[in-house]
Design a protein around this ligand. Sequence first.
Ligand code: ATP
Ligand code: MG
Length: 221
Amino acid sequence: MNPFRLLLLGAPGAGKGTITKKLRSVVPNLQSIASGDLLRQEIQQKSKLGQIASKYISRGMLIPDDLIISLVTGHIGKLSKDEVARSWLLDGFPRTLHQAIALDSVLGPRGQNLTSVIELDVPESAILGRIETRYVHVPSGRIYNSSYNPPKVRGKDDVTGEPLEKRSDDNEQTIIKRLNDYNTKVKPLREYYKEKGLLTTVRGDTSDIIFPQVVEHLEKL
Ligand code: ATP
Ligand code: MG
């Protein structure tokens, strides 16, 4: 597989984090930057940005473009030369057209434009079923599901043994708002990447169905 620079698009709970985890098993040293994970880490560290972000996140609202653009592009800038030359992916950013344009203006001059955008298309019924039983290990972003992907010890991260948390925005009321928001905001984003010839959509109810399609696509790049 050639090195890739991938954006994973997909509704909340579509399985972007799970696909990232599965990709690690076939792409050693895969770097991933997940905007939601970065924000949850800021919140856990009680940083100024974290305090601002938590108000938006718990209401299921997007945080302002300028804040997220500087946070994520800052992290991309921290990747070493070696890391940049290998494969990396973005999860959860960009998710507005403005963010996409800002990202390109950072990557373009460095010759690091995205090589592919894959949208995970999962039926809403499947998403609603999994969100309420989802748990996260905030420092790493590792996710679990108490019904189909439980940790080895209940409530503890498999790797560190640290406690898992339920996300403040993983409840039915907020998820419906996040899904509606996603469906609106993704349309111009889809068009933008379609015009650049970067967009591929993969469909399925579960990550086990979606993952092989993602790999098949990346192998063709
Ligand atoms: P998933 O449930 O699959 O993790 P999600 O999109 O609901 O997907 P995150 O990506 O973890 O969840 O993001 C959680 C919250 O963080 C969002 O609802 C939003 O408030 C904020 N956020 C994350 N990324 C962005 C972004 N690119 N722009 C604005 N806000 C963001
Ligand atoms: Mg996620």
